[in-house]
Design a binder for this molecule. Structure first.
Ligand code: MD6
Ligand code: FE
Length: 216
């Protein structure tokens, strides 16, 4: 006898642990994406994607923008959060409610209740773009988790330890996947291997990533 599946595909998905306080929620964002993609277009028409300079003077292969009261910026003076978009000299676009709800419910599902992000860094990867191993440590309060949403082309996510030289695990992040990191895992090194492979049926030859943080 075949067992009866009482749950839809979405509901039957179990969180995949990546660490003691890090999980991958496969497809979590899929039901919320049409709303989020509409909101993304509004954000990027106000504050477009751009390639920032690293403090060492190199152009990042990933293009970035932000929404929320604080935005992550990089230039010759270093990495930091700023209220004003240096490209438009205006505040970053407000965080769309659909983004906020996605971030809050994903955090809750991962065991972090009351997540109230004030910053959403939006990354755009074209084929070949990569993000080298780094820690997210420009935020004021490490007690809040980070919620990361992947859209478009798949990517190999590297997640290492608390020291750069510890070996890194790999996970394939696909359209609609959400990763939540916090607590003991909040400062783990992580990165993205160069993007390759087939384009995405809806988003084409690009990968978009949202990372929500409590920065201020
Ligand atoms: C990316 N993500 O997935 C880059 N940071 O494009 C990150 O740098 C990241 O996914 C902290 C926590 C989760 C992440
Ligand atoms: Fe990061």
């Amino acid at each position: 006898m075949t067992s009866l599946n009482l749950f839809s595909d979405e509901e039957s998905r179990q969180p995949i642990p990546l660490g003691p306080q890090a999980v991958l929620l496969r497809g979590y964002a899929l039901p919320l994406l049409s709303e989020a993609l509409t909101a993304l277009n509004l954000v990027t028409s106000a504050s477009p994607f751009r390639h920032m300079l690293t403090p060492g003077g190199r152009k990042m292969s990933v293009a970035v923008t932000n929404c929320g009261s604080l935005g992550w910026v990089s230039d010759s003076r270093g990495y930091r959060y700023a209220r004003i978009d240096p490209l438009t000299n205006a505040p970053w676009p407000a965080m769309p409610y659909s983004f906020l709800r996605l971030a809050r419910t994903a955090a809750e599902t991962a065991g972090f209740s009351g997540f109230a992000p004030d910053a959403c860094l939006i990354n755009r990867y074209l084929p070949g773009a990569r993000l080298s191993l780094h820690q997210d440590q420009d935020e004021r309060d490490f007690s809040a988790p980070i919620v990361s949403v992947s859209l478009g082309m798949s990517a190999t996510f590297l997640f290492g330890g608390l020291k750069r030289n510890e070996p890194a695990r790999r996970a394939l992040l696909q359209h609609g996947d959400v990763v939540v990191w916090g607590g003991a895992d909040r400062l783990r090194y992580h990165g993205i291997l160069p993007i390759k492979g087939p384009g995405h049926p809806e988003l084409g030859e690009q990968r978009i990533n949202f990372t929500f943080r409590k920065a201020g």
